[in-house]
Design a protein around this ligand. Structure first.
Ligand SMILES: NC(=O)C1=CN([C@@H]2O[C@H](COP(=O)(O)OP(=O)(O)OC[C@H]3O[C@@H](n4cnc5c(N)ncnc54)[C@H](O)[C@@H]3O)[C@@H](O)[C@H]2O)C=CC1
Ligand SMILES: CCCCCC(=O)CC\C=C/C=C/C=C/[C@@H](O)[C@@H](O)CCCC(=O)O
Length: 254
């Protein structure tokens, strides 16, 4: 997909990986609607982005991915402002094994909710132009991380949802590609003080964190850009490690 003039929605866009995805899409000519529940961080970022890219190419919309009403309103505002949606980067997420039901609600149910509501604008079945949805999973969506069983479960869910939707989209002719991005550990606020959010698993949190180089958010954004632009990888999950990228392989029984 050539990106110049394309319209993207990024959730969890105010900070961390979502911010880096937003910036790389803007650098490649997209217009971007930034959705995030953190209004202060969103407004701060908008000041920076408007200076760099102009006021016409960005839109900040406060939106909690747990709220169907807020997502619907944000997507409609995006369509009314920019004229459609070509790209969704479904990225908002938290890590907190203490509030594990909320974590499933944001990381898995929220991602599904945003994807379904975006398809109402994007799918060719609904009069849309088609496009691409990149869901931010994690390496924890491919292999278990012992200190974070529910995070692991939610991210495995994101990968499974992505792969099933890719096949469904092809069969039903939505014209929408689906991919999962699966980074290893990335230097963001999500990792700060994780030991306090792992509950009974907190003694396990040392695992690889002391031994590996944390990824920079720009490395994840580059990998997302690869998925957005490469039309041949529908359904694939791209893992990003400190020493490179690799598409995941899965067993097939059907
Ligand atoms: N940092 C890491 O090591 C890794 C992170 N990930 C995933 O990447 C995604 C982004 O995480 P980071 O950038 O690291 O975290 P972060 O904490 O730096 O940024 C997350 C952003 O999502 C927003 N957010 C959180 N809950 C929200 C909600 N209910 N509705 C709307 N916005 C919400 C926050 O306000 C924040 O701006 C998450 O899905 C995370 O699970 C995946 C692999 C590794
Ligand atoms: C403590 C929880 C942090 C969760 C945040 C993430 O989503 C980070 C990624 C999750 C899981 C990582 C698993 C790591 C597995 C290791 O066996 C090894 O494969 C890591 C290699 C790291 C690298 O080279 O970058």
């Amino acid at each position: 997909m050539a990106l110049y003039g394309k319209i993207a929605v990024v959730t969890g866009a105010a900070m961390g990986i979502g911010r880096a995805i937003t910036e790389i899409l803007l650098q490649n000519g997209c217009k971007v609607a930034l959705l995030d529940m953190n209004e202060a961080a969103g407004n701060d970022l908008m000041e920076v982005l408007e200076k760099l890219y102009g006021e016409e190419r960005t839109l900040f919309l406060q939106c909690n991915v747990e709220s169907e009403e807020q997502i619907k309103a944000a997507l409609q505002k995006t369509v009314d402002t920019f004229g459609g949606i070509d790209i969704l980067c479904n990225n908002a997420g938290i890590l907190n094994e203490l509030t594990w039901e909320k974590m499933v609600s944001i990381n898995l149910i929220g991602a599904i909710r945003v994807a379904y509501l975006t398809l109402e604008h994007m799918s060719k079945l609904n009069g849309g132009q088609g496009g691409v949805i990149v869901n931010t999973a994690s390496i924890a969506g491919i292999e278990p991380i012992a200190s974070s069983p529910v995070y692991t479960a939610a991210k495995h869910g994101v990968v499974g949802f992505t792969r099933a939707m890719a096949t469904a989209s092809t069969a039903l002719e939505y014209g929408v590609r689906f991919n999962a991005i699966c980074p290893s550990f990335v230097e963001t606020t999500l990792l700060i003080g994780i030991g306090d959010r792992l509950g009974q698993f907190s003694e396990l949190d040392k695992s690889p964190l002391d031994k590996i180089r944390l990824l920079d958010v720009s490395e994840v954004a580059e990998a997302v850009l690869e998925l957005v632009t490469d039309g041949t990888k529908n359904g694939e999950a791209l893992m990003v490690f400190s020493d490179g990228k690799e598409y995941a392989t899965f067993p097939s029984f059907i």
